[in-house]
Ligand binder design. Structure first.
Ligand code: TEU
Length: 550
């Protein structure tokens, strides 16, 4: 057993905390900028721990903070054992962990095992070494096809657009695989050296007191042997589940790769935890990652992908709960993250819009989306399982669809030949105050521009208004903490009106969400919380309520 010193504010006797915890995702570039360079940083996070404690979250997940050329906002890691100077120092990071723990908040980092950066020493060594060398064997290098090797080795494409292969500009002319940006070479997980290296990286951060990791592209590590062509599946599928039998997503052996990670996490006191980002074809496949000897949790994107539609949501929730029950894992619910359009906007679009990535020209009704987002968070927080919140959703921030083209930073914009604007619209810096050059985000020009009308969506404005989204989140998190019913597995659907999602948790609690066009009567009891005011005791359309049953 390795014991690390952590603060007394965390309850280390509760080894199952992750089964019903609420984790707040911090997109570090856009959370809070302490040093005024326009880019969020570690000390910015430290300055806002009071805000996070007051919000009532149990843990933080911080997007990659490692040294990186930032070709993909930090998902191109050049050194896994340090912190990007733009974001701070290792010492700042350690202080953050200590201070968060003292406030009763755990800290998860983001590990990126599928690929590193072309500026990582391993890739530099690979480029400097000949074909067939051990340095190249850490990646996927191949000679090209065609008479002179001028064609890529197969038809795999980059998630961001274009070919998944780039040819080295040197005499041997080999190509390397990158399923994301050209600056993100894929690592070869059949190589024992790669496996050992990541266990060691995990150890480095666990020893520093970090409580766990979100695993980036957890479904991508193994590639089908011989790297066969995709054929029909070659189309980019951003936001779509991969097809079963796909040659590089969710290969059969991937879930079991994580057994060694689990063993390592379990060897710590307290044990460390994982949450996988795995875009897989079915909830049954997701459950494979969550067998007791594999990972603890994985985001359930099957419900994230639903429109605001009673049938879609209800059947996705049901299917996810059933699949997770088989392996004894909690479902991990998520409405938004840094890769998909913010849900205030998604739920304000029509039923034919793409559920995750709309087009700027899709009609959107923000007040409607906001109303539905208020109902959605009460639904999500009442379900059994863990919940992830994405920074800014507690303020009701919408997707920003009009960032000027010359400010777009997501590699998707360039790689798609300017046909997809990418994900910057959900990554805009947080407004903390009503006024000031960046609404209190920091003293410098923010790396992405904020809409000029975000004053009333700022923390300062919402703190002063009890009807705000922020207060709904605070109240809901407080109630969730207080009610033991919301922490166990007990769950029963309440049958009745077709266009209602309603269920009980234990004997004393019910959640009702109304998708009908008419207000509906609520079950007998006291209303603890509702997403909008009731109308003569009835729950209006697109609203949710929590009830203590009589
Ligand atoms: O995303 C992985 C991933 O597969 C996404 O591209 C996903 O398919 C899409 O966003 C769904 O809409 C992770 C990170 O979260 C993302 O920010 C990185 O760009 C990517 O990995 C590469 O590291």
């Amino acid at each position: 057993m390795v014991t690390t010193s952590t603060s007394t504010a965390l309850d280390h006797t509760n080894l199952d905390w992750w089964r019903s915890s609420v984790t707040y995702q911090i997109y570090i570039r856009s959370f809070a900028d302490a040093d005024g360079d326009g880019m969020g940083d570690v000390n910015g996070i430290r300055s806002r721990i009071g805000y996070l404690a007051e919000l009532g979250v149990d843990a933080l997940w911080i997007n990659p903070w490692y040294p990186s050329p930032q070709a993909d906002a930090g998902y191109d890691v050049a050194d896994y054992r340090d912190i990007e100077p733009e974001f701070g120092t290792l010492e700042d990071g350690r202080a953050l962990v200590t201070e968060a723990h003292a406030a009763g908040i755990r800290v998860l980092l983001d590990i990126v095992p599928n690929h590193n950066s072309d500026e990582h020493v391993w890739f530099e060594a690979a480029v400097a070494s000949p074909p067939g060398s051990p340095e190249r064997a850490r990646f996927h290098f191949r000679p090209g096809r065609g008479d002179n090797g001028e064609l890529p080795p197969n038809d795999w494409v980059s998630e961001f657009g274009g070919s998944g292969w780039t040819r080295l500009d040197q005499p041997d002319g080999e190509w390397y695989l990158h399923l994301f940006d050209v600056k993100q070479p894929d690592l070869n997980w059949d190589n024992p050296e790669v496996r050992a290296e990541f266990l060691d990286v995990l150890r480095f951060w666990f020893d520093a007191g970090v409580d766990g990791f979100r695993i980036d592209v957890a479904h991508g590590l193994l590639k089908a042997s011989g790297l066969p062509d995709l054929g029909e599946a070659a189309k980019p599928r951003l936001g779509q589940p991969p097809i079963p039998g796909h040659p590089h997503w969710d290969q059969p052996g991937v879930p079991d790769l994580y057994r060694a990670w689990r063993e390592l996490a379990d060897s710590y006191d307290p044990p460390r935890v994982f949450v996988a980002e795995a875009w897989v074809s079915s909830v049954q496949r997701l459950a494979e990652y969550l067998r007791p000897e594999n990972l603890h949790t994985a985001f359930d994107f099957h419900t994230t992908r639903c429109h605001w539609d009673f049938e879609e949501l209800r059947s996705a929730i049901s299917a996810s709960m059933a699949a997770h029950r088989v392996v004894g894992a909690p479902v991990t619910w998520v409405l938004s993250n840094h890769d998909i359009d913010r849900h205030v906007t998604r739920y304000g679009r029509g039923p034919t819009a793409h559920p995750l990535h709309g087009r700027p020209e899709d009609p959107v009704d923000i007040p409607l989306g906001t109303r539905r987002a208020r109902a959605a968070i009460l639904l999500e927080l009442a379900l059994p399982g863990a919940v992830y919140l994405y920074q800014g959703e507690e303020l009701g921030l919408p997707q920003v669809d009009d960032i000027p083209e010359d400010r777009l930073a997501d590699p998707v914009w360039e790689r798609s030949g300017h046909t997809r604007r990418g994900r910057d619209g959900c990554r805009v810096p947080i407004p903390w105050t009503r006024s000031g050059p960046s609404f209190g985000f920091g003293d410098g020009e923010p790396w992405l521009p904020q809409p000029s009308n975000w004053s009333e969506l700022s923390v300062e404005a919402e703190e002063g208004d009890h009807a705000s989204m922020l207060w709904l989140y605070r109240d809901a998190l407080r109630v969730r903490h207080q009610l033991p019913e919301l922490h166990g597995d007990e769950f029963t659907w309440l049958e009745g009106n077709d266009k209602v999602i309603a269920f009980t948790r234990g004997d004393g609690f019910a959640c009702v969400v109304n998708f009908d066009s008419q207000p509906i009567e609520l079950p007998e009891g006291a209303v603890l919380l509702s997403s909008v005011a009731l109308e003569n005791g009835a729950l209006p359309t697109d609203a949710a309520a929590w009830i203590t049953l009589a």
